[in-house]
Ligand binder design. Sequence first.
Ligand SMILES: *Cc1c(COP(=O)(O)O)cnc(C)c1O
Length: 387
Amino acid sequence: MIYLDYNATTPIDKLVLEKMTPYLKDFYSNPSSVYRFAQESKRAIENARSYVADLISADPEEVIFTSGGTEADNFAIKGRAFFYQDKGNHIITSKIEHHAVLKSCEFLKKIGFEITYLDVDKYGIIDLNQLEESIRNDTVLVSIMYANNEVGSIQPIKNISKICNKNGIIFHTDAVQALGKIDISVKDLNVDLLSISSHKIYGPKGVGALYVKKGVKLIPLHHGGGQERNMRAGTENVPGIVGFGEACRISKEELKEQEKKIRLLRDKLEEGIKQKIPDIKVNGHHDKRLYNTLNICFKYIEGESILINLDFEGICTSSGSACTSGSLEPSHVLLSMGIPHELSHGSLRFSLGKFNTMRDIDRVLEVLPLIIEKLRKISPFWQKKYG
Ligand SMILES: *Cc1c(COP(=O)(O)O)cnc(C)c1O
């Protein structure tokens, strides 16, 4: 099998699994218990918290563990909206956010909040002028993702944060895809809230965190025990948190070398496809794009058909985002970038990671042109043009 869907999830790193195992088997104590046996679980959580904090240059007290990126996004957006409800009810986000952000905003809209969705240009990047013009007296939150999961476009986060700061508005960024790929410093970026997830950086699924800058207040969404400094009730996912911490520790070590290796493979794949297959369009910006992501529209055919044919060859890819596949709606990200409906239906995403090799890329470049040719031969659109 050749796995090229790292933006959907990553395999777990062997070292991460090893680190977790004792906390699944032997150290099963509830970290809130008072006997000495429970101290080991508590210590492990705090140790992991310092590794997570270290990767994003935060203080450990600013890291709140959640069940993943989705919960972190929900917590940031709803927690912030509920806290400042009497000060204002206007939120600014973008049209290309992950559904965890978009659906949270949709929910808030139903209960009386107003949402402005910023446009993106053809590269999938927002316009800072439009952001400034959208800010109102009652704006309580700006939420713009760091890097997009579908096309990999990277937003000018530091400039967005400057604008928010100048206007005294809290800024949240979904950095789930940026973590482990871009060197993130919350201090340098000066963001208030930042979402991250473990399973996108070779850690276990079902764990993530929200960075909450000192002094920023949120209403908790989970009520119960006093875990996570009363911000997130529920017995901690000790093995998951330990795994996430280890994944962060490894990520910091490997950041540079991974970029070098994976970028080379992605570029080789991109060049190879451009050379071998006519009538394609690479989506996203050439440089302001994650080094592991390649999103391509193949004209005249369906992305889903390509995906299924690649699957028969043991190659895992994605068409649109994992959350929208299965439905016939074309990707909201590609549509927002101005890519026409018929073209966005033919899109396919390759997302690479640290376990890919040059042989994987060679194999894709061997089978993909044949699949595309076969599908185009039976496509009425292609026949109309060339038949
Ligand atoms: C995967 C992803 C999420 C959701 O994270 P989970 O941990 O799977 O809930 C949110 N935002 C982006 C950009 C993602 O890629």
